[in-house]
Every structure is written in structure tokens, then in C-alpha cells.
Design a protein around this ligand. Structure first.
Ligand SMILES: NC(=O)c1ccc[n+]([C@@H]2O[C@H](COP(=O)([O-])OP(=O)(O)OC[C@H]3O[C@@H](n4cnc5c(N)ncnc54)[C@H](OP(=O)(O)O)[C@@H]3O)[C@@H](O)[C@H]2O)c1
Length: 270
């Protein structure tokens, strides 16, 4: 096994390291660069990985480097790294930072991959989209997939232009489901249920529905049809959602998030 370096030891790096160790990765082969001393000490005591405030030392000898800092830190973090050659795979998880920017900041050497994880990765149930530079080798995709599948599912995206749509769907997506769950909880309480019962009924139902949609090859539209008997209670609720334009509202919301992602990336360009 070869050395893996993380630059940034925050939430996402912690989840990935935890997932990898649970899958048998050797902590002695993981090094983390993190400026905050308490975060460094916590990473070392929790996982037994090597930690340092010196990013240059952390990447020394690493075959894969995961850049897990906030997007606004990315340019200066890249500028401080030593020149990297073709033997190194760099994986950026920063939202909105493009492969073109990464290439400009890191120079011509390393192979580059951009990924978009989401927050459920923190509990091992993430969905991560991966997009490499055109021509990136299959082995590089496989290596990144092995890394991110330790915290959930992975999906390949071949056209980087679509990463803003990915951000709008899976990156921001957990919040849309939380919003629906929030509304359902409030509605349940308005019907007289206790907050505790409302929480259990809503979260349990969301989990069950998500598992069914994930495990049943028919997909959500057919699953919905199956539980919607004509004239029944589900049909009464679905009619209200449809009359209020749920499909169109969802479409507009995803379009707004995609456009916002595009403009955030453009702002970073300047
Ligand atoms: N969390 C998510 O669900 C999620 C989803 C998709 C994408 N992402 C992307 O993942 C990246 C990391 O997110 P996160 O949630 O893990 O953020 P985070 O918890 O804030 O972690 C970033 C870490 O990087 C450290 N850092 C800052 N400057 C550094 C430097 N020069 N060298 C090394 N480390 C440095 C920070 O230390 P200090 O605290 O001391 O500043 C912090 O511990 C972001 O770019 C974000 O866009 C996150």
C-alpha cells in the first residue's frame, strides 16, 4: 500500500479516514496536514494517523493527495505545496473549484480528479460524484472510488460542466429532504401528534422510503403508484402536492442551485 495524504483535517477528512480505517487501511500510511493543533491531536489519538502542520512534509512521498480544505483556501494551499509530478494523483473535494483552476494552481505535473461528496458521508451514507480530467486513467478512477466508497456510493460524471448540477442535486440535496421532513413534522404536530411521535414517524418513513427507492429496480414513480390507491388517503395528499406544482417547484429549485453553483465558481475565478 502507498502513502495517502490529506490536506485539511476537518469534517470530511475525518469521515473519509474513519471509513478507510474501518475497511482495514493501515493508519501508518495516512498523513494529515492540519493547522489547528487541537484538530491534529484529535486525529492522531482517534485514528493513529500521522499529523503535521507542515503540508509539504505531509505530501512528501505520497502517491495520492486529498485536498479537503474550504474552497477559498484552495489556491493558497496549492501554492504552498512542492511541485508535484505525474506519479501523484490529486483529489479535490472543494465545492465549486474547477479542474482548470486546480491545474493552474498545481502546474502540469499531477493527475487530477475533482469529487463532490455530500454530508451523509459523515455517517457512512454519502453519495459522491467523481469527475477526472479528460483522459484520466481507469485505475485512477478505481482508486478514488475505493476511497469514497468507504463512506457511501460513488457516481462517475464525464462532463465537468455537469458538476454544478451534481452539486444542486446531491450536494445540496440532503437539505431538500430535511425541508420536506421539517414540514411533515410540523404538519403532524398540527394534527395533534406529539413532537416525539412526529419525529419518529417522519424520520422512520423517510428512511424506509429511501431504502425502498434504492433497492427496488422500478424506481420512485412506480413505488408511488403502488401505494396510491384511487380515492385513498395517499391520493388525497398527492393531489394537493400536484396542484401546488411540486414537480415545477423542484425543477426551479434545482435550476436555482445549479445557477448559484456556476456563479460561485465564476466568483472564485476572479
Ligand atoms: N462537509 C460536507 O458535507 C462537504 C460536502 C461536499 C464538499 N465538501 C467540501 O469539502 C471541503 C472540506 O469541507 P469540510 O466540511 O471538511 O470543512 P472543514 O471541517 O472546515 O475542514 C477544513 C479543514 O481544513 C483546515 N485547513 C485550513 N487551512 C488549511 C491549510 N492551509 N492547510 C491544511 N489544512 C487547512 C481547516 O483547519 P482550521 O479549522 O484550523 O481552519 C479545517 O480543519 C470543502 O472544500 C467543502 O467544499 C464538504
Amino acid at each position: 500500500m502507498s502513502k495517502l495524504a490529506f490536506i485539511g483535517g476537518g469534517n470530511m477528512a475525518r469521515s473519509l479516514i474513519g471509513g478507510m480505517l474501518a475497511r482495514g487501511h493501515d493508519p501508518a500510511l495516512i498523513a494529515v496536514g492540519e493547522p489547528f493543533v487541537a484538530a491534529r491531536e484529535a486525529l492522531h489519538s482517534q485514528f493513529g494517523v500521522t499529523v503535521s502542520a507542515d503540508n509539504r512534509a505531509v505530501v512528501d512521498g505520497a502517491s495520492t493527495i486529498v485536498l479537503a480544505v474550504k474552497p477559498q483556501m484552495m489556491k493558497s494551499v496549492c501554492a504552498d505545496l512542492p511541485a508535484l509530478d505525474q506519479s501523484v494523483l490529486v483529489v479535490s473535494i472543494a465545492a465549486g473549484v474547477t479542474l482548470t483552476q486546480m491545474r493552474r494552481w498545481l502546474g502540469p505535473g499531477p493527475r487530477l480528479l475533482r469529487v463532490m461528496p455530500n454530508t451523509p458521508a459523515l455517517i457512512g451514507a454519502g453519495t459522491t460524484a467523481l469527475c477526472g480530467e479528460p483522459g484520466l486513467a481507469e485505475t485512477d478512477y478505481r482508486e478514488a472510488e475505493a476511497l469514497f466508497s468507504s463512506v457511501g456510493n460513488t457516481v462517475r460524471i464525464s462532463d465537468e460542466q455537469l458538476m454544478d448540477a451534481v452539486t444542486a442535486v446531491s450536494g445540496s440535496g440532503p437539505a431538500y429532504f430535511f425541508l420536506l421532513m421539517e414540514s411533515m413534522e410540523a404538519a403532524a404536530i398540527a394534527q395533534g401528534l406529539s413532537p416525539e411521535a412526529a419525529r419518529q414517524l417522519v424520520t422512520g418513513t423517510a428512511l424506509g422510503a429511501a431504502r425502498m427507492a434504492n433497492e427496488d429496480a422500478e424506481g420512485p414513480a412506480e413505488l408511488r403508484r403502488r401505494v396510491t390507491s384511487p380515492g385513498g388517503t395517499t391520493a388525497a395528499a398527492v393531489a394537493v402536492f400536484e396542484k401546488a406544482g411540486m414537480a415545477s417547484i423542484t425543477d426551479q429549485a434545482i435550476e436555482a442551485a445549479t445557477a448559484r453553483g456556476r456563479s460561485l465558481a465564476a466568483e472564485q475565478e476572479s
